[in-house]
Design a protein around this ligand. Structure first.
Ligand code: HEM
Length: 139
């Protein structure tokens, strides 16, 4: 097994096991909206958004490491550059959602959950499009 193959396996594992958790965030946040004042659910959601941030950082680092391991074969390609921007966008969405949930009090909890649901959906769509992009490798 080559270094590139190991990095690719880690990259895909980070996508599936890490970013894939967004699939649990949306239903959990929808449920939290029906349980007003449940701080534990808000803490759990914040932890999940922190996991998404950590996962996208891992995916980004392994993606860049693959470029180094292949002596710069990827960084001029369109898919690599769009993937880079997609990763930053996912990180920003997860960061904003986590911060809204952290600052939420009784009066702003529902609004914070609404934002978290929207941003989790955006993360899911970006992850899906990025996966397609990485598999098809245009440019
Ligand atoms: C944003 C979320 C991302 C997702 C969901 C994702 C997903 C994937 C998947 C599923 C593959 C395997 C494709 C295949 O082998 O057919 C892949 C490959 C790859 N990804 Fe990503 N990726 C993401 C972000 C990034 C970033 C930020 C970079 C670099 C900055 C990157 C660089 C690469 C490279 C270079 C490959 C090709 C490696 C090879 O075929 O040897 N990815 N990605």
């Amino acid at each position: 097994m080559t270094l590139e193959q190991i990095l690719l396996a880690l990259h895909v594992a980070g996508t599936v096991l890490g970013l894939g958790q967004v699939g649990a965030v949306v239903p959990l946040a929808l449920y939290a909206r029906t349980k007003k004042g449940d701080r534990e659910l808000l803490v759990l959601l914040r932890k999940l958004f922190a996991t998404l941030s950590g996962s996208v950082a891992f995916v980004l680092v392994t993606g860049i490491a693959m470029d180094f391991a292949s002596h710069g074969a990827w960084h001029r390609t369109l898919f690599f550059r769009i993937g880079f921007v997609a990763a930053i966008a996912i990180g920003a969405c997860a960061g904003i959602a986590g911060s809204k949930l952290k600052k939420a009090d009784a009066s702003s909890e529902q609004a914070a959950l609404g934002t978290a649901i929207t941003l989790a959906r955006v993360i899911a769509v970006i992850t899906l499009l990025s996966t397609l992009l990485m598999v098809l490798k245009p440019g």
